[in-house]
Write a protein that binds this ligand. Structure first.
Ligand SMILES: NC(=O)c1ccc[n+]([C@@H]2O[C@H](COP(=O)([O-])OP(=O)(O)OC[C@H]3O[C@@H](n4cnc5c(N)ncnc54)[C@H](OP(=O)(O)O)[C@@H]3O)[C@@H](O)[C@H]2O)c1
Length: 316
């Protein structure tokens, strides 16, 4: 077992390779008081990287757990995200997260999705209409300073990063996307390395409902390697991402045993790592495993944009 290393962002800041995710599968904080306990436990077990978002409804509980941990603020890396309905007023969106977290500064602020939403109707603004990705990014750039140490994006494909970078003064520090052995994101991996953008994998366990399993947790190679390394399948999946150059990973667990185990990554032999990297090439394996995947497959849309607009028509 080994403790986690860090990735260096284009700002020079260090982002621990394994963090804890704070999304409770659609339950917002009033319905899930576990957030405070999960983040407090995570910090006790040695996590120093926490991923939340305005949209998760739990920034206050996350901030409280951080403040009450007694751990110096500068030892903890905190990411939060701009909600779609605030693309037109990024500073206002940031201020509400800043206030809710109440931890002095935010290490990384991400545009949660490239789609802007209409704050009045909640409807997605059509692709290319104002506020465009470039317009939102211009506002994001204004935030960088003492309160907001780095800015980045989430759910951006190579296609949409290209559009963003055309006018950008600041290169995003991070792109956070779905990534696991069935969706290794090879194209984005190559592109982001070339541009100096660190990648973060969300849903690295395939987003199973709590206490259940997912296709990748049951994948025969994964269970076989779990036996070989005397660990559990989740650890093999998290270790596979953490061992990729330029990647960080943010599994969520509010179960204390799993939370603890998820930080204890193993060093995979290069052959085993390569074998895991190739699993998606087997027929029928290359796929998205998250909550919006079914709609993406059936209707060809992701929260109001087509897969072509997302730049996700060819998974890889
Ligand atoms: N940027 C975005 O659009 C976006 C989208 C999705 C997620 N995220 C971020 O990424 C984080 C992680 O992704 P995710 O929550 O979608 O999926 P995930 O981390 O792949 O899966 C979480 C689920 O797996 C269970 N689990 C945790 N550890 C396990 C283990 N070792 N073995 C078996 N099951 C285990 C959890 O249940 P227990 O809690 O009961 O252990 C929970 O139900 C989120 O919390 C969020 O911070 C970002």
């Amino acid at each position: 077992m080994s403790r986690v290393h860090a990735c260096t962002l284009n700002t020079g800041a260090k982002m621990p390779a394994v963090g804890v995710g704070c999304w409770f599968q659609g339950r917002r904080d009033a319905e899930c008081p576990e957030t405070y306990e999960m983040v407090s436990n995570a910090l006790k077990y040695g996590y120093r990287h926490i991923d939340t978002a305005w949209g998760y409804g739990n920034e206050e509980a996350v901030g409280k757990a951080i403040r009450e941990s007694g751990i110096p603020r500068e030892e903890i890396f905190v990411t939060t995200k701009l909600t779609n309905n605030h693309h037109h007023a990024v500073r206002e969106g940031f201020n509400q997260s800043f206030k809710a977290l109440d931890i002095g500064y935010i290490d990384l602020y991400l545009v949660h999705w490239p789609q802007a939403g209409d704050p009045k109707t909640g409807q997605t603004i059509p692709y290319g209409q104002s506020p465009t990705m470039a317009e939102t990014w211009k506002q994001m750039e204004q935030l960088v300073g003492n309160e907001c140490r780095a800015i980045g994006v989430s759910n951006f494909s190579v296609k949409n990063l290209e559009i963003l970078l055309k006018d950008a003064q600041v290169v995003p520090a991070v792109d956070q996307v779905e990534c696991h052995i069935y969706l290794p994101q090879a194209q984005l991996d190559k592109y982001c390395k070339a541009k100096g953008i660190v990648l973060t994998s969300y849903s690295p366990l395939g987003q199973p409902p709590s206490g259940q399993t997912s296709a990748i947790l049951r994948e025969p190679l994964v269970t076989e390697l779990a036996k070989k390394y005397n660990t559990q399948p989740g650890t093999i999946l998290i270790s596979w991402v953490a061992q990729r150059d330029n990647w960080t990973v943010i599994p969520k667990s509010s179960n204390p045993q799993r939370l603890k185990a998820n930080l204890e990554i193993v060093k995979l032999d290069q052959r085993d790592h390569d074998a895991l990297s190739n699993v998606h090439q087997e027929p029928g394996k290359l796929t998205s495993l998250v909550d919006y995947a079914e709609k993406m497959r059936n209707e060809g849309t992701v929260f109001g944009w087509t897969v072509q607009e997302m730049g996700w028509e060819q998974l890889n």
